[in-house]
Design a protein around this ligand. Structure first.
Ligand code: PBG
Length: 328
């Protein structure tokens, strides 16, 4: 059938893979992706994480190998989470120069040099025996300002180990400013801060708490993480963090908060990161394992959507795998 007048035909540009590639508005590249990795002290073998198939709590040795492979695949960065052998009320292992994160950072910096960016999560929940992100008062509340002093000290320990970027994830008020000041005073003005600025109190962190062994023993994180109902508040948090010296701001989780990613991207002039968290990963893995979703297509679509919403950088457990696919 011939149209009698010119008809808009958007399908013309969808006809072949080459045409679709030519007009794609959003592209993923290995350098946009950051791989979160777990390293556990005192284990002889990498430990699989039941709720995150394919993700491991690494030994120092297995971390080196996996990080090398990820760097070779071209990932933009690696962010480290540590699980210490011993925990206590103040998370002493977090800023111990011999602590697991500092040891692993030294390994990776010496192995990988500048081939990728080595980063550290900066929080206390993996290191405290109560599993909270900060120091507790006698009545069991989080003491914001006492916690800031701990974060400052952890930042300096991580910087001395050689990390390029620290990523405070505890959502304490004033954490970015406290860390910036401590880094500068300790002679580390070049260490950058990627702030978990809009971090929601999310059920999607469930599997991570197995991975990092940091489920709170009592209570939850709603007094410091954001209410999923709020988006204006995320912008306030982002602007505060920029005022305090953040170099990169992050929205977390990613997929359920794409509107927030877009609003942040339209508001700031620094790189915006989004974290596709453990629960987003586990949902795809579980559905794919059941044959309910096409795993590869779902992974690529989920990451493309996060980029399209405006994230410049994506933290994802798929980083190394997808970087390899993108390299072809
Ligand atoms: C806190 C931290 C958490 C995650 C990253 N940093 C857990 C939490 O806030 O409870 C979650 C990451 C994920 O779910 O993949 N150190």
């Amino acid at each position: 059938m011939t149209a009698r007048f010119p008809v808009a035909r958007p399908r013309r540009l969808r006809r072949t893979p080459a045409l679709r590639r030519l007009v794609a508005e959003t592209r993923l590249a290995p350098a946009d992706l950051i791989l979160p990795m777990f390293v556990k002290e005192g284990v002889a073998e990498p430990q699989p994480i039941a709720s995150m198939p394919g993700v491991y709590q690494h030994t120092r040795e297995s971390l080196r190998k996996a990080a090398h492979d990820a760097a070779e695949a071209g990932v933009g960065g690696i962010i480290l989470f540590g699980i210490p052998a011993a925990k206590d009320g103040v998370g002493s292992a977090a800023d111990d120069p011999a602590g697991i994160v500092q040891a692993a950072v030294r390994d990776l910096v010496s192995d990988l040099g500048d081939s990728t960016v080595i980063m550290t999560d900066l929080c206390l929940d993996e290191f405290t025996d109560h599993g909270h992100c900060g120091i507790l008062t006698p009545s069991g509340e989080i003491d914001n300002d006492a916690t800031l002093e701990r974060y400052a000290s952890i930042a300096v320990a991580q910087a001395e180990a050689g990390v390029a970027v620290v990523a405070p994830s505890g959502m304490m008020d004033g954490q970015v400013g406290a860390i910036r000041t401590a880094l500068d005073e300790a002679g580390h003005p070049d260490v950058a801060i990627m702030a978990y600025s809009a971090k929601y109190a999310s059920a999607f962190y469930g599997p991570f708490r197995d991975a990092a062994e940091c489920a709170p023993r009592f209570g939850d994180r709603s007094s410091h993480q954001q209410d999923p109902a709020n988006a204006d508040e995320a912008l306030r948090e982002v602007l505060l963090d920029l005022d305090e010296g953040a170099d990169v701001v992050m929205v977390k989780p990613a997929g359920p908060y794409l509107d927030v990613v877009r609003r942040v991207r339209d508001t700031v002039q620094v790189p915006v990161a989004a974290y596709q968290v453990s629960g987003e990963y586990s949902m795809i893995e579980a559905a794919a394992a059941n044959g309910w979703l096409d795993r590869e297509r779902t992974v690529m679509e989920s990451l493309t959507a996060i980029r399209r919403a405006g994230a410049d950088i994506i933290l994802t457990y798929y980083a190394a795998e997808v970087a390899r696919v993108l390299r072809g």
